[in-house]
Ligand binder design. Structure first.
Ligand code: ZN
Length: 290
């Protein structure tokens, strides 16, 4: 029988490993540049929960297997699972699968995108994103809800969804993780920005050569792990609350409405909430623009 592609049935889409006081959580769909489907979202959630429940774990490192951190949400692999139900964890809302239009999209995206990222931002242990290769669109959301980002010199960052007529990904942290002018350049151009540029903008903490990425990330993680766990949890909450007092949470709520106006407009005028774009078309549009 010919292969139809897709994930192997026994392949874990997220892997978990304890390394001393560090939990290594790794996105594991390297064949698809770690594109996130819902199965991966809930596997990630389970891995984070396991790390929180393990008293020996002080710090979590989130990484991507293969050549890239994460290329974004799954908008076209054989295992795209937007029509499937999962046990909802992030919000109390109805299941999306029997709904239509905005009702359907709102239910799904408030759970698996905005809700999950907010839930993970509140993990009471420090989480470091260890980023190499692509960190694009939905990949940004994952990196941004971590406490900070260590990136290798080959890493690049982009949110090209304005090409779909959509004002940025669902977890709209752009003007808070970089300055508002940088956020506009980032969004208006949809270009790939280097790790060094992202560091200058304040989005990335450190850039290191690729071969030193893991050692440097784990060096920082080990150092953090010497701090008392409850002190770290309170400190995380303190900084997160300060961000929210600067309007991040309410800003994201208001932009989520604009995001869904864009999806609805696309569906109304073109019959497709993503403006007819799939992963290949997005890639081709990016190439022809650069
Ligand atoms: Zn969306």
């Amino acid at each position: 029988m010919p292969s139809t592609g897709g994930d192997a049935p026994d392949e874990a889409v997220v892997t978990y490993e304890r390394r001393g006081p560090v939990a290594a959580v790794t996105l594991n769909r390297p064949r698809y540049r770690n594109a996130q489907n819902s199965k991966m979202t809930y596997a990630l959630d389970a891995a984070f929960t396991r790390a929180v429940d393990d008293d020996e774990v002080k710090v979590i490192v989130l990484a991507g297997a293969g050549e890239h951190f994460c290329a974004g949400h799954d908008i076209g692999t054989p295992d795209r699972d937007v029509d499937e139900s999962f046990e909802r964890k992030a919000v109390i809302w109805w299941d999306h699968t029997e709904r239509e239009g905005v009702d359907r999209r709102w239910a799904r995206e408030s759970e698996v995108y905005l809700g999950m990222c907010r839930r993970w931002r509140e993990i009471p242990k420090p989480v470091i994103a260890m980023v190499h290769g692509a960190c694009v669109a939905g990949g940004l959301m994952l990196a941004w809800c971590c406490d900070f980002i260590v990136a290798s010199d080959d890493a690049f960052f982009a949110d090209p969804v304005v090409r779909m007529g959509i004002p940025g990904v669902e977890y709209f942290a752009h003007p808070w993780v970089m300055n508002p002018r940088a956020a506009k350049e980032f969004l208006y151009t949809g270009e790939r920005f280097s790790a060094e540029q992202a560091r200058e903008w304040g989005m990335v903490n450190r850039t290191v050569p690729l071969e030193e990425l893991e050692s440097e990330t784990y060096r920082i993680a080990e150092r953090i792990s010497a701090m008392p766990a409850f002190g770290l949890a309170l400190t995380k909450r303190a900084v997160n609350q300060a961000e929210d007092l600067q309007g991040m949470r309410s800003g994201m709520d208001s932009v989520f409405g604009l995001h869904h106006a864009a999806h609805a407009h696309n569906a109304e005028v073109g019959g497709d909430s993503l403006a007819g774009m799939d992963a290949r078309r997005m890639r081709d549009a990016g190439r022809s623009a650069s």
